[in-house]
Design a protein around this ligand. Sequence first.
Ligand SMILES: O=C(O)c1ccc(O)c(O)c1
Ligand SMILES: [Mg+2]
Length: 622
Amino acid sequence: MRTSIATVSVSGTLTEKLIAIATAGFDGVEIFENDLLVCPHPPEEIRARAADLGLGIDLYQPFRDFEAVPAATLEANLERAERKFRVMERLGADLLLVCSNVSPASIGDDALAAEQLRRLAERAAEHGIRIAYEALAWGRHVNEYLHAWRIVRMADHPNLGTCLDSFHILSRGSDPIGIEAIPGEKIFFLQLADAPLLAMDVLQWSRHYRCFPGQGTLDVAGLVQHVLNAGYDGPLSLEVFNDHFRQADTGRTARDGMRSLIALEQTLRGAAHPAVPTGFAFAELADAGSLSGVLSALGFTRTGSHTSKPVELWSQGEARMLLNATGADPALVALGLDSPDPARAVKHAETLLAPVLPRERAPQDASLDAIAAPDGTALFFCDTAWLGDFGAPGDSGAVEAAGAAGAAGAAVPIEAVPGQITHIDHVALTQPWHHFDEAALFYGSVLGLHPQESLELPDPYGLLRSRAMSTTPVSGAGATDEAAEATGAAGAAGAAEQVRMVLNIAQVGAGDTPWQHVALASGDLLSVARRLRAEHPELLLPIPGNYYDDLECRHDVDPELRRLGVLYDRDEHGEFLHMYTVTVGRVFFEIVQRVGGYRGYGAVNAPIRLAAQHAGHPKMGQ
Ligand SMILES: O=C(O)c1ccc(O)c(O)c1
Ligand SMILES: [Mg+2]
């Protein structure tokens, strides 16, 4: 399918936009008029640049407030159009988008609108130009796509067709099935945008919060399927008005847009996602020596040493931490993901433009492929072979992979030890604010994670935006009942096989060193808490008594939670106990216990945690 993008969707000058759009691999562009007006180069030069870059100019837009006007205004509007046709000829563009009239002076008369659009199409035809009429969701009289189509049909001119825009259709809750009744050749253009579900004025929603397909909650792929069923074979064109995209890196946004179209095409093909991870194989932390004490306090033991690198394996149950003695401030640098087919997972990631990381490895090391997540974290796709790179602690000889699970891997049976940590429950990664949507699309398309709750959490110095993503779809805004049932079926039994990530937005001023955290699951959190409180109280994040005064009036909880500093939440499926360590370098740990089928992340307690972290670190990094 031909891919295109409106120049308004990315930042920069028109020339910068064209270069970034071509580099990302698009076939064409929609020139948004304002980008041309502010450009110092004449249309002929833009046309030549686009041609040199291999980009077609698929559309020129928008032409506003044309139709259903009093006769005197029509003459002026046709004259205005003539001038635009001349600009388009100079640009080499032959399709003009006319959006439905928003003026209070326009008249609610379909026959009049059709007659005037017909006159416009006749004039356009003299220039070899075609007109695509689009219903804006806030059009004065025409704001439904089927209404725009009825007018186009009534006008009955070969140079007049309709432009469908997923945002205008889905934001109003219109049923896109009606698209299939429009002959494909009368759909002159298709614009795609997603958006988060927001209860607000639709014009403001459209102008500030549109995002690429897959970043919001609209069923853009479902709509495209209807358009293809209608017989449309023109471009899929991204048209996104977004305050963040206007400020973000041009090339990165363009590539992100291309990733969204590739993912959309993959969704349309209907094949199951080929690379969904089945668990966390490990979390790798850069370390200068301070983390081993924290891990051993948490109950981890050193179970292996890498045979060719200064990396140690620390294990407990199925939770595995790699400490990489880089000498750097402690930070989360990589995640290992259990993958049913690692080679396929990397190939899939590459189709989605994920950067594959070069890796230095000794000849005897297991081949492990990694890609870079948007925040730079390395993601390794693993089977169990990697454990073979680790010998017994302090040993330089590799242990056979098969024996590794027993020796280096040291998978102690889950729950064998009371109060043991069993696995990694989730990992929270802080994203720079202008990469948040990119990260959601990345984890959704590359790993097949489903978005969960999206939250705004008060912090003493700001509001933290947070979105959880997991391998199991979870009910909530935008999720279907079926998805909720699937989650229920996965239930607690699949707890360790799930991959859950929490994406947080770094606060202004956090710079390049945001905090990350690893949440470790235990089947008996109170025992873990009792031991830590007795042996390492200095490692625990202090929780204010005011929190427990409130908690105890909301829930009938064990008074021991207060003494231990354990936080509590519940949902309709179960209960959640969790606690935090203090931050070491740029990482901290959370210990969690999901009782029953609790699905959340204790978000209600996040403000307590954030305030406690601020108290301990006046200049915290998240
Ligand atoms: O916000 C607008 O005015 C506007 C203009 C042109 C479009 O194609 C569109 O979808 C919205
Ligand atoms: Mg549009």
